[in-house]
Ligand binder design. Sequence first.
Ligand SMILES: NC(=O)c1ccc[n+]([C@@H]2O[C@H](COP(=O)([O-])OP(=O)(O)OC[C@H]3O[C@@H](n4cnc5c(N)ncnc54)[C@H](OP(=O)(O)O)[C@@H]3O)[C@@H](O)[C@H]2O)c1
Length: 256
Amino acid sequence: MMSDKKRIAIITGASSGFGRLFAVELEKNLDLEEIWLIARRSEKLEETASMLERVKGTIIIADLSTPEGIDIITKKVEFEKPSVRVLINNAGFGRSEEFIKGDEKYYSEMIDVNIKAPVLLTKRLLKYMSEGSKILNVASSAAFAPLPYFAVYAASKAFLLSFSYALDQEFKDKDISVTCVCPGPARTEFFKTKQKSVGGLKIEDPQKIVEKALKDMKNKKNISIYGYQANLLRMISKFLPRKCLAWTAGKIKMPK
Ligand SMILES: NC(=O)c1ccc[n+]([C@@H]2O[C@H](COP(=O)([O-])OP(=O)(O)OC[C@H]3O[C@@H](n4cnc5c(N)ncnc54)[C@H](OP(=O)(O)O)[C@@H]3O)[C@@H](O)[C@H]2O)c1
């Protein structure tokens, strides 16, 4: 029997980059009534909402580095009691720098947005998910290896990768799947550089990454990797010891 609950998707970091593309692609691919678009910049979220043709884009302004930001989302879910068909934990940030020079507050916020927000949102929204609901966590190919000069970011994405595999197993009996997206460099606000490559890696088209991610999510794959570069990185990371991976990665020049 069809439930009379509103069928929604929730996307964090929907004001730009992958998050915006996920919103546009989701409405084409799934039978949804609303997509909840979450980020801090309201005008950018309005732009994303205006790109949706069939599905209502509901804007939620929330700073996910704060407990209040996460509460805003959970309170709205608790009030409306929708059926959460898809949760995309996509918001995240990082930059390349020497750890010793990095700002403590910046790292703390990065951990809150990249790790704490996906954990708490998944935990709190799970009771609004049911058979066939999907969780998509946006990690990075940085999850595959320890990255000097990107240490906290890479570790935060390794967390998300491990977390995704574990939860996918735990939720098998509920038929809720968890897919982890591990993109290499892609042209979004994350990499503002005009260069064609970073650290020897070609900067990919984010549209292709998003299309593949949604296909892999639909097919309940554990991991979604687009392109030969990211696939190669994953393969190498399976064979080389972490020390060796870290040494090699430390030689790569990343844009500031
Ligand atoms: N582009 C790449 O090369 C690449 C590669 C691998 C993985 N990724 C991952 O992909 C995800 C999306 O990044 P992107 O490439 O699309 O970059 P982006 O265009 O910079 O998007 C980042 C999104 O995260 C949101 N965000 C950041 N801090 C937030 C906070 N405190 N509270 C709420 N929202 C916050 C931003 O929204 P507001 O600023 O409006 O709040 C924005 O919508 C990230 O998790 C990133 O780590 C990116």
